[in-house]
Design a protein around this ligand. Sequence first.
Ligand code: RB5
Length: 147
Amino acid sequence: MIAVGSDHGGLELKQAICNLLQQRGLGYADLGPADESSVDYPDFGVKVAKAVASGDCETGILICGTGIGMSIAANKVDGIRAALVHDPFTAQMAKEHNNANVLVLGGRVLSIELGCELVEVWLDSTFESGRHQKRLDKIHQIEADRK
Ligand code: RB5
């Protein structure tokens, strides 16, 4: 299950991404918002991040105007590796090298077509593990050291 959320700046791209996930036969949970009213991105960023961190959803997708606020908010939640990507290369690397469990996009930065393409690239890429796992372990250690 993929958790999907946005703010008003990412609503249109969120709808297109939900349609894409449906077309691909992938299960998703649209955690809102449901309309174009102005909302605060941390509220939806943390909803998606917690759904992934808790294991309720395997991965998440977040969209705000630039993607910046959502990535800052989601990365506050332990266990979340949220990656803001802008092009097919960064979408691919986000999975292959960083094993990003939350993909973040800017709804005011990307066309609908490119945003959907980046989701497909991230979905279709595979974590390479090996030396990259060692680096992720170091990130997990930062979280452990805070406790
Ligand atoms: C909302 O106007 C905008 O600030 C938000 O969508 C996002 O771009 C924040 O990083």
